[in-house]
Write a new protein. Structure first.
Length: 256
């Protein structure tokens, strides 16, 4: 599931659900299929499948499957823009987690809670969750995972108008992306840094980081930020040309 989620999804979709007679098997299958779809970036907004798992595992305490069921239920509600329901599900996932056992699921729950609180403009709660995500990530002894809480903390600082603190944590995330040679992550953070300098009114540094971002990854997000910057400089013709390229990228990208 972790290394080959596409293969996991193919295997799970080859199973005939009606062949599963035991409720435990039905629940576990529902959980695995929801998880596999999520890991393959398939947007799920209908909770009917994951509710099978939630109903089965809801009475089990300190149980990974119970926690995962609520976590992926939260992800479904997140996809449906039901933030309050997503937060409730994520909090239930935390309550079901086995205590005192480091696990990647801890950081995933904290990170998603931080994101949902940020979308609700609850920046204090958002920062608290990202800090807990950072602590959970450090326990896993995998430095690449620090990218996510560092970026989350930076975003929380930026939304509370603490741009200098945001830049410190964006730089930490940037260092992680460079260390593991992940061009997509690096481009995303360079975008974030550029946006922060635009917020600070430093257009020269903003352009420097936009250019660096596009050089690393010519994705839609980098080109969109570059087009915004051109509009900011009143270079409208160049901005229109870039937006045309952006529209072509959207057309050619495969559906996730």
């Amino acid at each position: 599931m972790e290394e080959y989620p596409d293969s996991a999804l193919r295997i799970l979709e080859s199973v005939e659900p009606q062949q599963l007679k035991v409720q435990a098997d039905k629940a576990y299958y529902a959980l695995l299929l929801t998880q596999a779809r999520d890991k393959n970036y398939i947007v799920q907004t209908d909770d009917s499948l994951i509710r099978i798992a939630v109903r089965y595992y809801e009475d089990k305490d300190e149980d990974f499957n119970a926690a995962k069921s609520y976590f992926y239920q939260g992800c479904v509600y997140r996809n449906a823009n039901q933030d309050a329901m997503a937060i409730e599900a994520y909090l239930k996932a935390l309550d079901k987690m086995p205590k005192g056992k480091p696990h990647k699921l801890w950081m995933q729950i904290y990170f998603n809670l931080g994101e949902r609180y940020r979308y609700q403009n609850l920046y204090g709660s958002s920062m608290e969750m990202f800090q807990k995500c950072l602590g959970a990530s450090k326990e896993l002894k995998d430095s690449s995972l620090l990218f996510f809480p560092y970026r989350g903390i930076a975003n929380a600082y930026l939304f509370t108008e603490k741009s200098d603190s945001a830049l410190i944590y964006y730089q930490k995330a940037l260092a992680i992306s460079q260390y593991i040679h992940n061009d997509f992550w690096e481009s995303a953070i360079l975008d974030d840094i550029s946006n922060t300098y635009l917020y600070k009114g430093d257009t020269l540094k903003a352009e420097q980081f936009i250019r660096a971002s596009i050089e690393k990854d010519k994705s839609a997000s980098s080109l969109y930020l570059r087009s915004k910057f051109l509009c900011y400089r009143n270079e409208l013709d160049s901005a229109k040309e870039l937006l045309l390229v952006l529209s072509l990228i959207h057309i050619s990208e495969p559906t996730r």
